[in-house]
Structure formats: C-alpha cells, structure tokens
Design a protein around this ligand. Structure first.
Ligand SMILES: Cc1ncc(COP(=O)(O)O)c(C=O)c1O
Length: 361
C-alpha cells in the first residue's frame, strides 16, 4: 500500500523506503506546481465537462493541453485522451483507410492487443522484435495491392528494450505501409527533445505514427496521439472513443499542461536520468546481474525461481528499498525483478540499492 505520492522516497505499508518502482522517471507526480495547477483548474471548472468532446465538452484547459502536446512533439495538432491505453485504439481505427492488414509484435502491450481487432481487419503476429520474421510474415500474408500497418511498443516496458524501428521502416516503405508505436514509456525521456523512440533514432516521416501517455515520465495524466490536423480532425469526427467518452478530468488536464511545460523546460533532467541509469546499471553488472548498458532507465533481470526473486524483493524491502517483482507482458512465466531509475534518485539512493543487494546476493 503506497501511502505517499510516488517519488524517490515513499512510504509503503508504513515503511519509509527508497523507491525503484513505477514509471515516474522524473519524479513529477507530486511536483508542487503540477498540484497547484490542478487545484486552480478544479476550482474554476469543476471535476470534468460531463459530456463528450463533440458536445459541449471542450473547455480552454482541454484545448490548451492538446496545443501543448502538439508543440512538445513538433506536430500540427494532438488528440488528448482519458488514458494512454486508448491511444492504440485511436491509431488502429483512425488510420484504417491506410492499411488492409495489421502486423503486431507478439510481445506487444495489452493496450495494443486489445486495440488491433477493433478495426475488423486481419491481424498477424510476428516474433518479438524480429524484423526478419516480420518480412516473412508480410511476404506470406499480404496480397498484391494490400498495405500493412505494423504496430508495436516503441519501448517495451518489462526489460526496457527498444523495437528495431529502423528495420521496420525499410519494410513499410517497401510495402507502402505504416508504422505505429505505443510509446508510453519512451516519451519525455528518450531523444534529444524527449519526443520518444523516433526522436531517439532521429526518425520522422509521414508513415510514422505513435500514441503515448502523460502519466509516466511527464507526471501528468491521460493519453495522446500527435499528428497532422487533417487526419486528427477526421479522427475527432469518426472514432467512437473520442466521440462517445467523457474527456479526462479538467484538473488532470491542467496539471498535465504544467507537467509538459516542466519537462520541456528542463532538458537537464534527461541528462541526470542518463547519468543515474549508467551509474546504477554498471553497479548492477558489477554484482554479476545480467543488465544491459542502454540509456533506458529500466533494469530487469531474472533469477532461477520465482521464490528466489520474491525473497530478494522482500529482503530488500525489509532493508528500506522497494523494487518490483512483476509478471507484466513480456516477462517469462516466473516473472522478473525490475528496477526503474528516476532523475530524482540521489547517489545515496542508488548506492543504497547496490549495497543492500550486494549483502543479499
Ligand atoms: C506500454 C504501455 N502502453 C500503454 C499503457 C497505458 O497507459 P495509461 O496508464 O496512461 O493508460 C501502459 C501502462 O500504463 C504501458 O506500459
């Protein structure tokens, strides 16, 4: 039971501990300016608009959050959604005129798996992060004149691995298709401008789409899809989840505006996050753990049995360090131990984890 806001130090089940769980990579969820922005909007506009965006459900805050998202991601426009989970639904349905078959990474997030069947088009899975298998599947399944939509997580959350997007792009160009990323974990933290996986690889183009969430690195809340105005206007008038749902609560949208401003004006947080990541991952490797050396602030590893992993998690917790033991999508059956690294972790926090782990292992 988390009894405080998430951050580098939290209280869980009555115990103060250093926290390495969740997705608040910049520790923003309790930032005072974000909280103040939410409270101010709560007073002025109430909890929510009590209708959909296509009725009277627009207010200045909802319009502003979309402008902020578009500005941050360098696009003409953006759609703001009640959750990141819905962003894939928007992409699959909103782009359906541009593809005939969907090719989905078999390790994709739940939100992609739930979304892909919603357009009523054939869905073919390809091996996890395997462009060669994707090529084979496209060749086997696509008939002349048909175009593929390839859909995958940009950054897979369990082990913190990136999709081989450059290879996928070669394929979609060859077959006149589209590439859609669920970039929930990459936005804010990856790329020179924090725009996520495409930014990380220096890619841009009119076949490349993504959706993501403000509820992780940004410390806001809600999902979004950036894009060009014509396309998003069409989506606004045709996709059910936009037409038929109440938008995210107004205080949450206002808090998200402040969150985007903060991330945009603090690029040094990304540098600090990378420093912390390099420091912690090299320390974990020195302990003999199989952890990669990528700049992704997620370190995950498995041990022989689930019992062993649970025991390590408990022992760390008893010593004031909370790390996750998860069986999330992409994890082997026994689960994984997983550490999220924040820019707000101090050297002492990182050393505490390394010291306690060394004692236990
Ligand atoms: C890869 C991925 N996509 C989408 C989501 C859903 O985002 P949200 O929590 O904003 O609905 C999550 C988890 O929260 C996720 O891990």
């Amino acid at each position: 039971m988390m009894e405080t806001a998430p951050g580098a130090e939290v209280i869980i089940n009555g115990r103060r501990c250093v926290y390495f769980g969740g997705t608040g990579y910049f520790g923003l969820q309790s930032h005072p300016e974000i909280i103040e922005a939410g409270i101010k909007a709560f007073r002025q506009y109430g909890l929510h608009v009590a209708t959909s965006r296509t009725g009277f459900g627009n207010n200045p805050v909802l319009l502003e959050v979309e402008k902020k998202i578009a500005h941050f991601f360098g696009t003409e426009d953006a759609i703001y959604l009640p959750s990141g989970y819905l962003s894939n639904l928007i992409l699959v349905q909103g782009l359906s005129q541009f593809y005939e078959k969907i090719f989905m990474d078999e390790g994709s997030h739940f939100s992609i798996r739930d979304a892909v069947h919603s357009a009523g088009k054939p869905v073919i899975t390809f091996r996890h992060r395997d462009p060669e298998d994707l090529r084979i599947k496209i060749k086997e399944e696509l008939k002349t004149g048909e175009r593929p939509m390839v859909i995958t997580d940009g950054l897979f959350p369990t082990f913190g691995l990136l999709a081989p997007v450059k290879d996928y792009i070669l394929l979609i160009e060859e077959y006149d298709g589209l590439l859609c990323l669920d970039d929930a974990h990459a936005v804010g933290i990856l790329g020179p401008k924090g725009r996520g996986t495409y930014d990380h690889f220096g890619l841009r183009g009119n076949r490349l789409y993504f959706g993501a969430t403000l509820s992780k690195a940004f410390g806001g809340y809600g999902g979004f899809v950036p894009g060009n105005r014509d396309l998003l206007e069409k989506i606004r008038s045709s996709v059910g989840v936009y037409i038929g749902s109440t938008p995210a609560p107004t205080p949450v949208a206002a808090a998200s505006i402040k969150a985007i401003d903060l991330v945009a004006s603090h690029p040094e947080w990304r540098e600090k996050l990378q420093w912390n990541t390099a420091y912690l991952k090299s320390g974990l490797r020195r302990l003999g753990l199989e952890v990669d050396d990528s700049p992704i602030p997620i370190a995950a590893w498995t041990m022989k049995t689930a019992e062993e992993m649970k025991k390590i998690q408990q022992q760390l917790f008893d010593r004031g360090v909370a790390i996750a033991y998860i069986k999330y999508v992409g994890a082997p059956a026994g689960g994984v131990l997983r550490v999220s690294i924040f820019s707000t972790h101090t050297r002492d926090h990182l050393d505490k984890l390394l010291t306690e782990l060394k004692r236990i292992l």
